[in-house]
Design a protein around this ligand. Structure first.
Ligand code: ME8
Length: 691
């Protein structure tokens, strides 16, 4: 039944309880690069992404934001989609679990499992983690969830159960017969150990909330979010539809070739999902590939830790190619990798602006200058060993790049391609075409033509290979090479010597300009601004006590969070605001805090207190004296005239005998809480209120 010429790849469907960040972008870019390349390799490719929109977590986030779940999920799903469009993600479909096609498909899967005797009714009394939508065994009231550390809630529910215990043997047999089903090997071993340790039946319905897909014929229950969510991979391509066109599509693409996921959701994909499919007698996906985490300041970047970086910040400064290249080149696929703005800008400048950008602009402008913009004719007889070396390195690069990319070794594949770029740049320097051009004899002219042909042909090959990763810049280089639309390129036939002499170049323009030194600072400011905005506007939960977030058996265990947090510098924390039982404050509580823009008029050190600065801050209606613990991070002179955010309605308090009337808002970084003042990119007048 399988169609060998097709390739179906999926990302996880992302929760819409908060906005996307570069962790989500990472998985999506990896899948996009793979999908683009498979299309260029002639495969009938289908690339699916989407959003996971049901469950109590989302119901509560919507309530906290003061809107209906429907309005809430519509807004965040649109943000994901908009971001993927800006990132040049070529998804073929975007599934939302609130769509009728999905609801129908999930109900059909549920009924199928029921009819085959794998679902029965029972009851559960015990602890439940709302965040992970998980029942927690052997935990007393209020005890923390072993996955995320948040307090569990006690529930008594009548539920439908899936006979997961019956799937232990079939799963183990499947893993052993399909060694490539779970990759990498470490994850496979963890999963096998987990299943061997014994499986208990799984509750697959909930009555404690409403925001979900009703169980067929028993609408008091909604279907467990993970059964709902996992089914997206099939419902999006027509599972559960009566329409023959949908049925054809399902037959054409199922089973998926790759489910790409982060390592924290391995258990759901490698145990529950195949168990549901085996029970339903449906084909299993070919492979589930779990990558590592993007870390920021040593801990997993996640919305709940509050240490996220938004892709928009990078898109606004470096563009999609810069972020795409960095994610695939810098992070060794499968392992955890750190993100930093410094590393991002360094990579961008070194590899893209300098290496590829220079190769492209110098080669194409010399062809324009010396040969009127026509690709040159290499001399057939007088090839030097240097010319030969570039040609054979290029052939080797094509072979190695393909093999490495196929193995998901993106970083190595790009390293391979950039070795060719470096070799050609060196070749150009050594052969000095600009000096050869000075000599006006026939041999020199032939030599110049060969050097420029060799450089242009190598540029063409790197451009073709890198296209799935940096689609924009490569499409422009391709056009400038006179080759038209790169989307027609067939990667299978890529070989040395295909660039036709005589081809007319298009207008030559720089494609990858260097990022200025100030880019890092600009990005940091933008992130700061965005985190102030989202701390104020968001419905995101406060940070939990950090514990491991985990894969099946022993959790991979993130270290305790060293995440930056937003707090007023020098004292009280915002989290002391009237938290309710679930650690949330109401909008009314929030509105009690008066946040205003202030302009620093005077700033000076406080004698005998090396951390404190005394400031006079204009908040529109008056000038306030504020004492803040930011002296180690900021020179007083540099603060004069700076716009800051202050909490204006705090009771005055005395610090070193000085009355402080308000607090300045700052991010607090690292273990020593180094303050970074919140600010604005646009000009805002002193006194403006934040809300
Ligand atoms: O788990 N580093 O959704 P989610 C790398 N709805 N990848 C990261 C990351 C990080 N710091 N943070 C997130 C869910 N990701 C479920 C999935 S699928 C049927 C249901 C990526 O919004 C990574 O792919 O929490 C991870 O598995 C996924 O986003 C989790 O997204």
């Amino acid at each position: 039944m399988d169609n060998p010429g097709k390739f179906y790849i999926t990302t996880p469907i992302y929760y819409v309880n908060a906005r996307p960040h570069i962790g989500h972008t990472y998985t999506t870019v990896v899948c996009d690069a793979v999908a683009r390349r498979q299309r260029m390799m002639g495969l009938d490719t289908w690339f699916l992404t989407g959003t996971d929109e049901h469950g109590q977590k989302i119901e509560r986030s919507a309530a906290a934001a003061g809107c209906s779940p429907r309005a809430f999920v519509d807004k965040i799903a649109a943000e994901f989609r908009g971001l993927w469009d800006r990132m040049k993600i070529t998804y073929d479909d975007f599934i939302r679990t609130t769509e009728p096609r999905h609801v129908r498909g999930v109900q059909s899967l549920f009924t199928r499992l029921q009819e085959r005797g794998y679902i029965y009714k029972g009851s559960y009394s015990g602890q439940y983690c709302v965040f992970d939508e998980l029942y927690v065994d052997a935990a007393g009231p209020g005890s923390p969830c072993p996955e995320c550390g948040r307090p569990t809630e006690t529930v008594h529910e009548e539920n439908y159960f899936f006979k997961l215990s019956a799937m232990e043997g079939p799963l183990l047999q499947y893993y052993s017969e399909h060694p490539d089903f779970i990759r990498p090997e470490t994850r496979r071993n963890e999963v096998i150990a987990f299943v061997r340790s014994g499986l208990r039946d799984l509750s697959v319905s909930r009555t404690s909330f409403k925001w979900g897909i009703p169980v067929p014929n028993d609408p008091k229950h909604v279907i467990y979010v993970w059964l709902d969510a996992l089914a997206n991979y099939m419902t999006a391509i027509g599972f559960g539809s009566d329409d023959p066109k949908d049925q054809d599509k399902f037959a054409r693409y199922w089973p998926a070739d790759v489910h790409m996921i982060g390592k924290e959701i391995v258990r759901f994909h490698c145990v529950y999902w195949p168990a549901f499919l085996l029970a339903a007698d449906l084909p299993l996906p070919r492979s589930i590939i779990a990558h590592g985490w993007l870390l920021f300041e040593e801990s997993k970047m996640s919305k709940s830790r509050g240490n996220i970086v938004r892709s928009e910040t990078i898109l606004d400064t470096l563009g999609a190619d810069g972020l795409r290249y960095f994610l695939l080149r810098e992070i060794v696929f499968g392992q955890d990798g750190s993100f930093s703005f410094d590393a991002l800008v360094q990579r961008f400048n070194a590899d893209l602006a300098n290496d590829l950008g220079n190769l492209s602009s110098r080669t194409l402008s010399m062809i324009t200058r010396y040969f009127g913009g026509e690709v040159t004719y290499p001399s057939p007889s007088e090839r030097t060993s240097g010319d030969e070396a570039i040609a054979s390195l290029a052939e080797q690069t094509i072979a190695d790049f393909h093999a490495q990319f196929e193995q998901f070794q993106f970083s190595r594949a790009l390293e391979t391609a950039w070795s060719l770029v470096a070799a050609v740049n060196k070749y150009i320097v050594e052969n000095e075409p600009w000096a050869v051009a000075e000599r006006d004899d026939k041999d020199s002219r032939a030599r110049l033509a060969t050097i420029l042909y060799t450089s242009a042909e190598a540029l063409r090959i790197v451009t073709a290979l890198a296209h799935p990763v940096i689609p924009d810049a490569t499409a422009r280089i391709w056009t400038q090479l006179g080759l038209g639309d790169i989307s027609h390129l067939d990667l299978r036939t890529l070989a040395w010597g295909q660039l036709q002499p005589g081809t007319r170049l298009d207008k030559v323009e720089p494609v990858l300009p260097r990022a200025e030194k100030s880019t890092v600072e600009r990005m940091q400011q933008m992130e700061q601004q965005r985190s102030v905005e989202s701390a104020i506007a968001s419905s995101e939960e406060p940070k939990p006590a950090a514990t491991g977030e985990g894969a099946p058996t022993s959790s991979p265990g993130a270290p305790p969070s060293a995440a930056p947090s937003l707090s007023p510098a020098g004292g009280n924390s915002m989290s002391t605001l009237l938290p309710t039982a679930d650690n949330k404050i109401t909008i009314d509580d929030f509105l009690k805090v008066e946040l205003r823009v202030g302009e620093v008029k005077v700033a000076e050190r406080v004698k005998g207190a090396d951390k404190l600065l005394r400031m006079e801050v204009d908040i529109g209606s008056e000038v306030r004296q504020i004492v803040a613990g930011i002296a180690k991070a900021y020179e007083p002179e540099k603060l004069i005239g700076r716009k800051v955010v202050i909490v204006a309605n705090l009771q005055p308090r005395k610090l070193r005998g000085l009355e402080s009337n308000g607090m300045i808002v700052a991010a607090s970084l690292g273990d020593d809480g180094q303050p970074v003042l919140a600010g604005f990119l646009e000009d805002v007048p002193a006194g403006a209120k934040l809300k």
